[in-house]
Design a protein around this ligand. Structure first.
Ligand SMILES: *Cc1c(COP(=O)(O)O)cnc(C)c1O
Length: 399
């Protein structure tokens, strides 16, 4: 493995600027390379490994299902899918769930549903989706148009029409943009890729109100914020709103690829047989693992652990911000979706590389925000490892 031919690597399309590390194993919050070096994982595969690596209960759920049945397609009923749909719908206070395999697909389906819902009500003019600047909703042709960063769109031809962008957190701009053509507002309760930006107080409530006024739906893109990441099962639960549609993926399968759209019954009913589909969506393997993810999240005390450890991390980061004011501008985010905002001349990629040298993995969000997304099972000792490594790197930079 170790001396693997470089020509193997050259066969993967160069779509990713990969770090030259090859992990072969994972245990809890740690990843272990092919030459046996242990790294503290504060990325979680970008908010995917909800319970770290190889959690025994997820391993068991996957193995048990693997011995019974892998795939049947949605031509037939899938008991584990029906069970997960029921549980997710209930948890979101919604009624219907569609399963897919990724965040982009979940958002894409959400937009189709929003448009179809109005179409079925004979309001064919309601087509436009209002999105936020700095949003990230995925890489399909449709979601590229929902995602605001033009760099993601370059060279990929004409944009899909019907998407508008307003600045995140600004209710005035939103009110100016919304009108009788608006089908839905699509919003991340905390912008992940955009820099761990939490919605300002009252923003989601104001957005919901504006949507109600114009008979528009609210789509919460909880692909990154969902499944306990922010200390509640869904981030919208920390505000006073009820979304009409919730898009999920990333943490839902704890590392198994899966996505879901949770919607109001009336929206679900507008999607009759044949209106949408996915070959793999909701397959028994993904459903068994995701049901197990939900089991653990719903256990007494688990989300409290997430809130407690989030507070511990936040306190430590705020302390760092005070110690290194020339390098840190602000601490951002919510729960265990955190960002360290860096001063303009300090690139998040450089800090991430310095931390890597200390055997700690992090990921930039934009140029100047370092993102911290540890597994939700992280404990104080591991947060301390992260903090110590940060201190070492920031001191180095000070010198
Ligand atoms: C990652 C992400 C997506 C896209 O998910 P994929 O599984 O990569 O398609 C969409 N929305 C948000 C908020 C995300 O963080």
């Amino acid at each position: 493995m170790k001396t693997q031919n470089a020509s193997y690597q050259s066969a993967t399309m160069p779509t990713y600027a990969r770090v030259d590390l090859r992990f072969l194993r994972g245990e809890g919050c740690f990843l272990i390379t092919d030459d046996n070096k242990r790294y503290l994982d504060c990325v979680s595969g970008i908010a995917v490994n909800t319970f770290g690596h190889c959690h025994p209960r997820l391993v068991e759920a996957l193995n048990n299902q693997a011995k019974m049945l892998w795939h049947t397609s949605n031509l037939y009923r899938i008991p584990e899918q029906e069970r997960l749909a029921y549980r997710l719908a209930k948890a979101c206070r919604l009624e219907h769930v569609f399963f897919c395999n990724s965040g982009a697909e979940a958002n894409e389906a959400s937009v189709k549903m929003a448009r179809r819902f109005h179409y079925r009500k004979n309001k064919k003019e309601k087509m436009t989706i209002i999105c936020a600047q700095g949003a990230f909703h995925g890489r399909t042709l449709g979601m590229l148009s929902a995602t605001s960063n033009p760099a993601y769109r370059e060279g990929f031809g004409p944009s899909v029409s019907g998407f508008e962008h307003v600045s995140y957190g600004n209710l005035n701009e939103l009110r100016n943009a919304i009108n009788e053509h608006t089908a839905a507002i699509m919003i991340e309760p905390v912008q992940g890729e955009g820099g761990a930006n939490a919605a300002p107080d009252g923003y989601l409530e104001g957005l919901r109100e504006a949507a109600n006024e114009f008979d528009a739906l609210v789509i919460a893109d909880e692909v990154q914020t969902g499944m306990g990441r922010t200390g509640t099962l869904f981030a919208f639960q920390q505000s006073d709103i009820q979304p009409d549609i919730v898009a999920l993926a990333k943490g839902l399968g704890g590392g198994f690829p899966v996505g879901a759209v949770v919607a109001r019954e009336e929206i679900g009913r507008s999607m009759g047989p044949g209106s949408h589909g996915s070959t793999f969506g909701g397959n028994p393997l993904a459903m068994s693992v995701s049901n197990c993810v939900l089991d653990i999240l719903e256990e007494d005390g688990f989300l409290k652990h997430v809130r407690d450890i989030s507070f511990y991390l936040e306190t430590a980061l705020n302390e760092l911000a005070k110690l290194f004011p020339n390098q840190i501008s602000q601490i951002k985010g919510l729960g265990l979706l955190r960002g360290i905002g860096l001063r303009e001349n300090f690139l998040a990629a450089d800090l991430s590389a310095a931390l890597r040298a200390q055997k700690v993995l992090t990921v930039p969000a934009g140029l100047n925000t370092l993102r911290i997304l540890p597994p939700l099972i992280i404990e104080k000792e591991e947060v301390d490892l992260l903090t110590d490594a940060l201190v070492a790197c920031l001191k180095q930079k000070d010198e």
